[in-house]
Design a protein around this ligand. Structure first.
Ligand code: HEC
Length: 179
């Protein structure tokens, strides 16, 4: 029964994501300002940006017909509206679209699976994992199925990129078409 305990679920979440929301809002504001300043310099390399997008974002997001489905398609997203785009990148958990809610599943045999619900019927639930693969679980085997308020999209993705890499990725992200 301890699995239904909120403290136990919190422990599992921290085990999977590390300490959640560890970045303060002041740090996030600074990160957003950094991205905005880099974008203004307007010296990104689109070809290199495409590669960086594939590597850092493409597992989950489709852009210009290529990529995964764990996150929303970005092709039709208003990518040039930096007021939405930059916070969405820096602070993914601030606003999560319902269809992309992150779920935690605990099975009777002690497995934990997290991801979005790709499909479900009265007997099974199919979870799409962070690596864009899917796994089908019988409802009979599920002990807990719980919506989380932490996005599947990790925080701090742009922090590991250099200034030039960030410029390249962002230039590609706000471009009209590849190549
Ligand atoms: C592990 C999967 C994953 C990775 C990697 C990832 N994202 Fe996301 N992203 C998501 C999910 C899921 C959402 C929807 C939930 C949310 O808003 O947090 C999302 C939301 C977004 C949104 C808002 C889109 C909308 O329609 O609301 C943008 C913009 C975005 N991501 C950009 C990026 C960029 C740029 C990268 C690479 C630097 C990236 N993402 C990497 C999963 C991912």
């Amino acid at each position: 029964m301890s699995l239904h305990d909120d403290a136990e679920i919190k422990r599992l979440i921290e085990k999977h994501w590390g300490r959640v929301r560890s970045t303060t809002s002041a740090e996030k504001k600074q990160q957003i300002e950094r991205l905005a300043a880099l974008l203004k310099q307007d010296s990104g390399d689109l070809m290199h940006g495409q590669l960086l997008f594939k590597k850092n974002c493409g597992v989950c997001h489709t852009l210009f017909g290529e990529g995964g489905r764990t996150g929303p398609k970005l092709t039709g997203y208003e990518r040039t509206n930096l007021k939405f785009l930059l916070p969405a990148i820096v602070d993914p958990s601030a606003a999560i679209r319902e269809e992309f809610t992150n779920f935690l599943v605990l099975t009777n045999d002690g497995r934990t699976v997290t991801g979005l619900i790709d499909k479900q019927d009265p007997r099974t639930v199919t979870i799409r994992l962070v690596n864009n693969e899917t796994t089908l679980i019988n409802r009979d085997d599920i002990e807990v199925l719980k919506a989380l308020d932490v996005s599947i999209m990790p925080e701090g993705l742009m922090k590991k990129l250099s200034d030039q890499e960030t410029q390249d990725l962002l230039a590609y992200l706000i471009s009209n078409a590849p190549k």
